[in-house]
Design a protein around this ligand. Sequence first.
Ligand code: NIG
Ligand code: FE
Length: 411
Amino acid sequence: MKNILIKNIKGLAGILENNKNPLRGEALNNIDIIQDAFLAIENGLIVQYGKMSDLQGVEDWRNLEIIDAEGKYVMPAYCDSHTHIVFAKTREEEFVDRINGLTYEEIGKKGGGILNSANKLAEMSETDLFESAMTRLDLIKSMGTGAVEIKSGYGLSVEAELKILRVIKKLKQASDLTIKSTFLGAHAFPLEYKNNKDAYVDLVINEMLPKIKAENLADYIDVFCERNYFTPEQLDRILTAGVKAGLKPKIHVNQFSILGGVEIGVKHGAISVDHLEEFDENDTSVLKNSKTIATALPSCSFFLNIPYAPVKNMVKNNIAIALASDFNPGSTPSGNMQFVNALACIKMRLTPQQAFNATTINGSYAMELDQDLGSITVGKKANIIITKKIPSLDYIPYAFGENCVEKTILF
Ligand code: NIG
Ligand code: FE
């Protein structure tokens, strides 16, 4: 592996030494930046950084590639802790239906939505699914993402759920992005279980989970707890079984309604509870006294025209927050984490610093990758973004829609 010295960096951002927990409250307000800096990478790891005036010796290294980053920022690659990027087809027709007045829930009820994606996925080969997902990984890498969580959930049968999870396993091997895998068999009820929903829950628990465990196909377990989808009781059952199988929960809750799923997730030691567009005082008190990360998905709110999760209040209440893309064909056809930063600032009124931390270091915690990724730290992997020449770091969320990333370097 070659060694790299990046020099003349306008600002080396996201430096964090001795960090032990996700950033909360006031700690989110700060980004450590060294102006006019260098960063030294040996065997894929960050070994040294500092001011250019302190750079000594490194240039004598053998096998050294030198990158001049004059006018550019270097920062940790984004950690996108919630996506569904293994899918068969995009869903523009539902996008048009919504413009013409249907809601996301109405489309789902008439067999569109997640079931639409499941029908299409059933027909697609593992190879084609793998290739289309690889293309999406390349796309998000070009926009700065270095680590990503990917869910199943467009299978909804034993065979198809396993197919997706096997694709994710192959992506882990083939891609230079760091990937975590989540089993989301409980994403929607297939039509044939419409009048016997608990039988589908049984299928998830008794047929899917044991096979997934046997093949070691998932890191996490997810459930879409929502009216017309999975009830809090079903969530509880599935998480109990998932945890028993060694999978930690990362769940979909409070997207359209508050059913008590946050509390159930926390009870089962969820790494994160995601969506939270609807959020009440009970959710606040449950989360602020827990280790669970509240993950908001602003691009989903933007695309579906639904409320944004009240993250500013969560920060005030000392809840650990992360921001992720939710990249999927139905509610968020974008994995652009720079746009997530823009929306977090423009719509959720986070500062650029808070948004930066929520998409880098706290995103790494939401995938349990904090030992290796998410900050500029000696000993961590040098998975970084080199920006284009930009006037300031705040320019990234400000110039929404522009790709400010010149290069994402991953090991
Ligand atoms: O996170 N809300 C549930 N699941 C996805 C969307 C699924 C779809 O519409 O295909 C989400 O928004
Ligand atoms: Fe999602």
